[in-house]
Design a binder for this molecule. Structure first.
Ligand code: PLP
Length: 497
């Protein structure tokens, strides 16, 4: 790495990114491209030699001319799809810093300060979210920074599995049962499959519109009892705070009570909504978390830490390290580890699937230092306020309904279809309304002026407006609503023609 050249090239890249952000609103949020468009524009093989004197400048030109027109602009203030992947100056620069230092802190000895910063910063974040002390290092538990919630779930299931099999015998792996709701993110099922849980032992408990799509403790208790009566072994419950379709909140306290005494590991997936707990007014959404075994959230979703960053806390780190730890890697043991003076250290390779890992703590630490907890509260609250304003606009138009109450900064809404307010809907009406809403979403997204996503809950197709981008202001939200109204008018007119 040539320091002078790095300085020069670094400026080019920083300027490029800054220019992108100043022009981001000029791009349609969703690109109008067809599969294969980029491959047709690029050479079939990599160049044998550097392309030209300033290959980086040439590549940046291609990024601007070929790639940017074909990306979905996740940082656009008009991106309201899925859940946001938030960005901030220090989130991006923290990533750059970590990439520049290129440290691989798989053990304490492999990079003591990087490991210790992760220990400190996961406790900082846990305290900022007001997590139970038991989940923090300061309370006997501890946290780690992984890439995604999927990884957090896999590590957790494997820890729960091995702890249980140590009790009941490995031959009973086929009896282990995992529990969640029909709103739980598919990554839980995927993780269970990877962890060797039989497909037939995955209990997806149905939820209903009446209960706001939250998991019912009664239904969970009944499922656990039925499995035990049949000789199976309840293993783990994944409760969600902020489900993907509607941001529903599973009642942690009651769910923990429902499985108490059955040896079930309770994991909380708060990938999106965990961030809201920086605000005391949202802390009630994780009431009862004192009884859970693990908790994960993605600071890259709503806490300004650029991709990727998932914080996982566990009450008993030894359960994780028993399942994921490796002991025979003499090569990794640094002789200078004797300098640890016999003190226990965290070797994060034993908390995750892979050996190598990124120095994610740096960007999260920068975000926490540069925003402060108050800064993060202001960020979350601004989005919640904008979502409330959007919800009010939807409710003010009789053609639309808000089928589930707004949660956090996610508004779910839909056109009522041919059925008027208060009229009873039949199955045929529902199917027709679903099709109408599908067309509405496509029409809104095709404008390039707003980008939203959808979900199907209880057989009902809904549009999702998830507010959470750093650049989003009230005017963008108002404009998005105008786009929805314009497209709805056109679609309803076409439908009645
Ligand atoms: N859990 C919930 C509630 C989510 O909304 C998502 C993604 O949006 C995930 C898990 C998966 O997250 P990741 O992409 O970090 O694996």
């Amino acid at each position: 790495l040539d320091a002078d050249e790095f300085r020069r090239q670094g400026r080019l890249v920083v300027d490029f990114i800054a220019d992108y952000y100043t022009r981001i609103e000029e791009y349609p949020v969703r690109p109008a491209v067809a599969p294969g468009f980029l491959a047709r524009l690029l050479p079939e093989t990599a160049p044998a030699r550097p392309e030209e004197a300033d290959a980086l400048a040439a590549a940046l030109r291609d990024v601007r001319e070929l790639i940017l027109p074909g990306v979905t602009h996740w940082q656009s203030p008009r991106h309201f799809a899925h859940f946001a992947a938030t960005a901030s100056n220090v989130g991006a620069l923290g990533e750059a810093l970590a990439a520049g230092l290129n440290i691989n802190p798989f053990t304490w000895a492999a990079s003591p300060a990087a490991t210790e910063l992760e220990v400190v910063v996961t406790d900082w974040l846990g305290k900022a979210l007001d997590l139970p002390e038991k989940l923090l290092f300061s309370g006997g538990g501890g946290g780690t920074l992984l890439g995604t919630s999927c990884e957090a779930m896999l590590c957790t299931i494997v820890a729960a599995r091995d702890r249980k099999l140590a009790e009941i015998g490995e031959e009973r792996v086929g009896d282990l049962v995992v529990y969640c709701s029909d709103q739980t993110h598919f990554s839980f099922q995927k993780a269970a499959r990877i962890a060797g849980i039989r497909r037939g032992n995955y209990r997806e408990i149905p939820t209903s519109r009446e209960s706001g799509f939250a998991l019912s403790p009664k239904a969970l208790a009944a499922a656990v009892r039925a499995d035990e009566a049949a000789g199976r072994v309840p293993l783990i419950l994944c409760a969600t705070v902020g489900t993907t379709p509607t941001a529903a909140v599973d009642p942690l306290r009651e769910l923990c009570a429902a499985v108490a005494g059955h040896g079930v590991w309770v994991h909380v997936d708060a990938a999106y909504a965990g961030a809201a707990c920086v605000c005391p007014e949202f802390r009630h959404t994780i009431a009862g978390a004192e009884a859970v075994d693990s908790f994960s959230t993605n600071p890259h979703k709503w806490l300004l830490a650029n991709m990727d960053c998932c914080a996982l806390w566990v009450r008993r780190p030894e359960a994780l390290t028993a399942a994921l730890g490796t002991d025979h890697d003499v090569i990794l043991r640094d002789p200078s580890a004797a300098a640890q003076g016999g003190r226990a250290v965290v070797d994060y390779k034993d908390w995750q699937v892979a050996l190598s890992r990124r120095f994610r703590a740096l960007k999260l630490w920068l975000v926490l230092r540069c925003q402060g907890v108050e800064g993060l509260r202001g960020f979350v609250r601004a989005h919640v306020r904008m979502a409330a304003a959007f919800e009010a606009m939807v409710r003010g138009d009789a053609r639309f309904e808000v089928p589930v109450p707004r949660q956090f900064a996610l508004v779910c809404f839909r056109l009522r279809g041919a059925v008027q307010v208060g009229e009873k809907r039949g199955r045929g009406d529902e199917v027709a309304a679903n099709e109408l809403n599908r067309r509405l979403l496509e029409a809104v997204n095709a404008t390039g002026r707003a980008y939203m996503s959808s979900a199907v809950v209880g057989g009902v197709y809904i549009l999702r407006c998830a507010i959470g981008n750093s650049l989003t202001e009230e005017r963008h939200v108002r404009e998005a609503w105008s786009v929805v109204q314009e497209q709805a008018t056109a679609i309803l007119a076409a439908a009645t023609r």
